[in-house]
Design a protein around this ligand. Structure first.
Ligand code: OOB
Length: 535
């Protein structure tokens, strides 16, 4: 396995193979089989560009040969930061073929995150679009190339300027050595930890199970037409069941260039979309726009919702307004996936976040001392299983805290288990703000705020918010004149932070409430803010 990763213990791995979770097939060979099985069916739509499985496969083969011709070798990492474009799909499949490992950054990430990811992964290349939603990625690539030693080249979809053109990754197909199925296929980003994103190694074996089992639970079939609305670099639209789950059954993936309801509704109608996945914030927007949009959404059979808690009253309106079924998804890039099934009783679909995919997902709900709690009680969710990581990439010290000695991942989520293994997510212990599904790491933002000359101390907390679920509020103790919100956000932007990490609210305080151990009592701070008394 790639150095810096923690493998499953051999006996556990043996069990996962014996029970058929792991089939010792790499994602590249899997794709080739699917391409052969479904050759003439439509595989991918991006604007007015369309590919059958056969056509997409020829592109993937040429790209894979091009990646090798450019000198990349199995086991090396390439940082990908692409929006929902066909190039993302073709390149990911090509990299799976040759065993070069894509590191999947989100289009919203900026210098702060990108530099960290490039360094941590030791990326050899950086692949971007020229511009997306008004942002030009090329200047960022320029400084990255200057500052990160391992980085050799930048490939650009669109106008490449001095960089290499994405289209230059092209060569006559040739025989390619197949990567080991128990090795790392992709490095996903964690949303769940306090500081800068950690990297999550997902193996060919475990990620294929993830896609296959979630396609089964969700009822994907050959006539599935999946609309990728969320950024495809995220685990949810990529493999839960998402793109990979759609290809597993011979369905069609349609890429949505931006998540606005205008764009998405038009595609639902024109492409006869049957299923898509959203975060709760977008569900609200869809529910608000659908009745006035005039678009024909009747092809939609199922809406998957996950990433943050979906309020029961919003859940209840999905069927009525959009005329489709609902599936709740509680997942994490680290692995574990819980989903309701289309034929579950309505109470389960409306009020729970589903149940784990695998019989061998060992889910424990524990109290603060790590003791198992009975069903119905709220505690922290710990998990290990056939598609849950055993350690973050190159993170030995952090891994000691994030995993128990027996290899359980400490999710930091507070959950309650019901009959039949259904889970309800009640809250969170970790220092992350879940801003409508986008995870804001508290410590990262606080560190950048502390570098502002007028800030003596800071606590970033999440406050309840009508549409986002949670919004971010910085409570600051100032030295001298208090800065204003726009000034602080400009400061954060200038230090290269992704836009979703900017502050929604600012409060100047005289001091922080403390816990008995002398740490900032964030819970109390939130209570005070909600009650309207800051300090
Ligand atoms: C998904 O993955 P990540 O890695 O961005 O974030 C994981 C965290 C979870 O630990 C939990 O705190 C929160 O997001 N979360 C939910 C939730 N789904 C995720 N909290 C409440 N209710 C839910 N339904 O967010 C993700 C990965 C795969 C599929 C779906 C979502």
């Amino acid at each position: 396995m790639l150095e810096g990763c923690v493998p499953w213990p051999p006996r556990t791995a043996e069990r996962y193979r014996r029970k058929g979770y792991w089939r010792d097939l790499d994602l590249g060979s899997w794709w080739r089989r699917r391409a052969a099985d479904f050759a003439d069916r439509p595989a991918l739509v991006d604007g007015d560009r369309r590919w059958s499985y056969r056509e997409l496969d020829s592109w993937v083969e040429r790209l894979a040969a091009g990646v090798l011709a450019a000198g990349f070798k199995a086991g090396q990492r390439i940082l990908l930061q692409l929006p929902n474009r066909a190039e993302f799909v073709a390149l990911s499949l090509a990299l799976f073929r040759v065993g070069v490992i894509p590191v999947l950054a989100l289009p919203a990430h900026r210098e702060n995150e990108i530099h960290h990811l490039a360094r941590l992964s030791g990326a050899r290349a950086y692949v971007i679009a020229d511009t997306h939603l008004g942002f030009d990625y090329r200047p960022m690539a320029r400084t990255l190339l200057e500052q990160v030693d391992t980085l050799r080249s930048v490939f650009v979809v669109g106008d490449a300027g001095d960089f290499q053109r994405f289209a230059s990754l092209d060569a006559e197909p040739r025989p390619i050595a197949v990567p080991a199925a128990d090795d790392v296929a992709v490095l996903l980003l964690s949303g769940g930890t306090t500081g800068l994103p950690k990297l999550i190694p997902r193996t060919h074996n475990d990620y294929l199970y993830n896609a296959r089992a979630s396609a089964e639970r969700t009822g994907f079939r050959g006539d599935t037409r999946y609309l990728a609305v969320l950024p495809v670099a995220h685990n949810f639209p990529l493999a839960c069941p998402g793109l990979l789950g759609t290809f597993e059954v011979g369905g069609t993936v349609v890429l949505c260039p931006d998540p606005s309801p205008d764009t998405a509704f038009e595609l639902v109608e024109s492409e006869r979309i049957t299923v898509t996945a959203l975060i709760p914030t977008l569900v609200r927007v869809w529910l608000e726009f659908a009745p006035h949009a005039g678009a024909d959404l009747s092809s939609l059979r199922l809406l998957q919702v996950g990433g943050a808690r979906l309020k029961a009253e919003v859940a209840a309106r999905v069927g009525e307004v959009l005329g489709c079924g609902l599936q709740q998804v509680y997942g994490m890039a680290e692995g574990l996936l819980c989903m309701t099934a289309p034929d579950d009783p309505p109470s389960r679909i409306l009020d729970t976040q589903g149940r784990p995919l695998a019989e061998d997902d060992e889910v424990r709900v524990v109290d603060e001392q790590g003791r198992d709690l009975p069903d119905g009680e709220v505690g922290e969710l710990l998990v290990r299983g056939p598609y849950t990581l055993r350690g973050y990439y190159r993170a030995q010290t952090h891994n000691r805290r994030a995993f128990t000695e027996e290899g359980y991942y400490r999710s930091g989520d507070r959950v309650r288990r019901l009959d039949g293994g259904y889970l309800v997510v009640e809250g969170r212990d970790k220092d992350v703000i879940n801003r409508g599904g986008e995870k804001v790491p508290v410590e990262d933002v606080e560190n950048h705020l502390l570098s502002h000359p007028a800030i003596a101390d800071v606590a970033l907390v999440g406050l309840p918010h009508e549409t986002l679920g949670e919004c971010s509020c910085a409570c600051i103790i100032v030295k001298g004149e208090a800065p204003r919100l726009p000034e602080l956000n400009a400061h954060l932007s200038a230090s290269g932070l992704a836009a979703y990490k900017l502050l929604d609210r600012l409060e100047v305080v005289d001091g922080f409430p403390l816990t008995r151990l002398g740490k900032i009592n964030r819970r109390q701070l939130v209570e005070r803010l909600v009650a309207g008394e800051a300090s």
